[in-house]
Design a protein around this ligand. Structure first.
Ligand code: B12
Length: 323
């Protein structure tokens, strides 16, 4: 039984039906492009950890539709959830392709109960907060905002004005108002790291897959941001060009918690940036006897420069996917 009486519903919206990358790809590239990407909402799990002393329900709509493609339409699914959980706050994680579904969830929530506080977060909230200038959205939390979200929840609980929380956008009759630069610089890979609790996702575990492997897969990150400046990528602008790396022992600690997952997909922009770091991580994985299939991204130039990283005699199954 949680002592805090605020109920928080955190939603991972459905997958967008559009796949423009596939649509516009030249025929020779199309076979290499994912038709459907499947994976757990790591950001939402991190947000859930920040408010774990409250009653939190994480709901993965992607997983729900994967388990049951005939599940009710988005509005009805949202209403069913609201009726059964009766939340005070609804938070949604969004990448760009999910914006419209996210807005649909917020609108359904407000229609159901206008008193519900609606909060948008995730990559699209970081890059294009202005897109949430919609009367169904109360607050936008850009950036690595799990701790900021906690401040918002505490304001709601204690009837304090949300303007007390810096680094967010509040929807007012005059549109979205920014509360000013965050009062504290967050490093979500180091001192501000929050361990995701994957127990929230047990129901959908068999829907998380990587490639054609039938076993459950989960995501983990060893770093946030990226030191490179690829014109096509949104990661470095999201992190304002900064790159934050996690402590190796902290990554090992998380890997040891992943007994339910034979496959681990590293979700970094590209995992192999610092060769000393990655060699040490590989060694520690072998030392700890953590036996899984690991999937990670590597840039071609890194692979060419350090071919020994791929042709390795380590007794682990590393699987590199060029991006
Ligand atoms: C995991 C992942 C996915 C998962 C999504 C997981 C999910 N939510 O279901 C899956 C596999 C489904 C996926 C799919 C796609 N993805 Co993707 N994916 C990623 C990846 C590898 C990791 C994201 C991650 O976990 N980061 C770590 C977590 C901790 O950070 P976070 O999610 O940002 O969360 C933090 C904050 O944003 C915030 N936050 C997040 N949510 C919320 C919610 C609330 C309420 C609050 C307050 C805060 C908050 O707090 C969190 C903790 O600090 C990124 C690459 C990257 N390294 O970022 C690409 C990335 C996000 N994906 C991208 C793309 C392009 C896609 C696809 C469109 C690719 C495609 N062609 O099909 C598809 C979407 C397809 C579709 N039809 O919709 C782009 C996004 C571009 C954009 N502007 O949106 C990225 C950045 C890759 C890239 N290099 O460009 N993806």
């Amino acid at each position: 039984m949680k002592t805090n009486n605020i109920k928080i519903l955190l939603i991972n919206p459905p997958r967008s039906p559009e796949n423009k990358i596939l649509e516009y790809a030249p025929p020779e590239a199309a076979p290499f492009i994912h038709k459907k990407l499947i994976g757990p909402p790591l950001g939402l799990l991190t947000v859930a950890t920040a408010v774990k002393d409250f009653e939190v329900l994480v709901f993965d709509m992607k997983g729900e539709y994967d388990l049951n493609p005939d599940a009710p339409c988005l509005e009805q699914m949202t209403i069913n959830l609201l009726q059964s959980f009766n939340p005070d706050i609804v938070g949604v994680t969004l990448i760009t392709s999910e914006l419209y579904y996210g807005l649909e969830i917020f609108r359904a929530s407000k229609k159901y109960n206008p008193k519900i506080l609606t909060v948008a977060g995730g990559l699209h909230a970081t890059l294009c907060p202005g897109d949430f200038n919609d009367k169904s959205v109360d607050i936008v939390c850009p950036g690595q905002s799990a701790h900021t979200f906690r401040e918002v929840v505490l304001c709601k609980k204690n009837y304090l004005p949300f303007s007390d929380v810096s680094g967010i956008l509040i929807n007012t009759t005059n549109g979205l108002i920014f509360t000013g630069k965050p009062s504290k610089k967050i490093n979500a890979a180091a001192q501000d790291f929050l361990m995701p609790d994957r127990n929230h996702l047990k129901k959908w575990i068999n829907s998380y897959k990587v490639g054609k492997n039938p076993n459950p897969a989960t995501y983990i990150f060893t770093s946030l941001g990226c030191p490179y400046r690829c014109s096509f990528c949104s990661i470095w602008p999201t992190f304002k060009g900064c790159f934050y790396q996690r402590n190796i022992e902290n990554v090992i600690e998380e890997l040891k918690m992943l007994n339910d997952y034979p496959i681990v997909r590293f979700a970094d922009a590209n995992t192999i940036i610092d060769v000393t770091f990655i060699n040490r991580l590989f060694d520690r994985i072998v030392e700890e006897g953590i036996s899984k299939d690991f999937v990670m991204d590597i840039r071609f130039d890194t692979a060419v420069k350090y071919p020994e990283l791929i042709v390795s005699d380590r007794k682990c199954n590393f699987n590199f996917s060029p991006e």
